[in-house]
Design a protein around this ligand. Sequence first.
Ligand code: HEC
Ligand code: HEC
Ligand code: HEC
Ligand code: HEC
Length: 106
Amino acid sequence: MQRIVLAALSVFVFAMAAQAADVGPSVVVFPGKGKLGSVSFDHRAHYEQDSECVLCHHTGVNEGKCADCHGPDPAAPHIQDAFHLLCIGCHKHKGATAECEGCHVN
Ligand code: HEC
Ligand code: HEC
Ligand code: HEC
Ligand code: HEC
């Protein structure tokens, strides 16, 4: 009996840890290059307003970084195009910023 309880408890703790790890960083800073500055992306604010993770993580949340495929995989659009399509697409739709300086802050 005690064993079963312990096993159940460890599964629960493991699930909590997995869940905490899964939400990802609260802010992601893309360094940018050239004249356009870095892009500071408030990940938490975005997933809290739109909790559909697959909206952005279209292949699933555990598939790593966007650049893991957008770049190496010729079937995937160039990373810059992918970000602009996704980010600016929704911003236009929701009336958020579509100005270069709205995202490329520095
Ligand atoms: C508005 C778009 C958007 C939404 C919604 C979103 N994410 Fe993200 N997430 C991103 C971007 C962009 C990154 C940075 C990816 C990169 O560095 O290539 C990221 C990074 C992550 C990472 C880190 C990936 C890595 O390997 O570095 C995890 C984990 C993650 N998100 C989980 C989630 C979960 C869970 C949800 C839903 C609750 C969610 N995200 C919702 C856009 C989003
Ligand atoms: C909604 C946010 C957003 C807007 C608006 C936006 N961008 Fe970006 N842009 C990004 C993100 C995110 C990246 C990926 C940055 C990285 O990988 O470092 C990026 C990448 C780029 C890159 C590739 C070089 C680099 O910094 O990595 C160029 C060039 C660029 N953007 C130009 C523009 C121009 C010009 C405009 C205005 C017409 C614009 N962007 C508007 C989010 C945005
Ligand atoms: C496991 C590989 C993989 C990962 C990880 C991945 N993508 Fe993609 N993505 C693709 C492939 C392949 C395509 C082209 C086929 C398709 O549309 O599904 C694509 C298509 C897209 C498109 C659609 C382009 C269009 O023409 O409509 C956008 C936008 C996009 N990805 C953004 C992202 C963002 C942002 C991330 C990170 C949060 C990401 N992707 C992570 C492989 C990936
Ligand atoms: C599903 C829709 C959606 C997607 C996808 C999305 N955003 Fe946003 N974003 C918003 C909305 C809506 C706001 C405005 C929130 C507010 O004003 O409270 C916003 C605000 C922002 C801001 C703050 C702008 C300001 O002037 O305060 C930045 C920067 C930003 N987003 C960057 C990005 C980047 C980079 C991506 C792509 C990785 C992205 N967003 C993807 C909906 C989206």
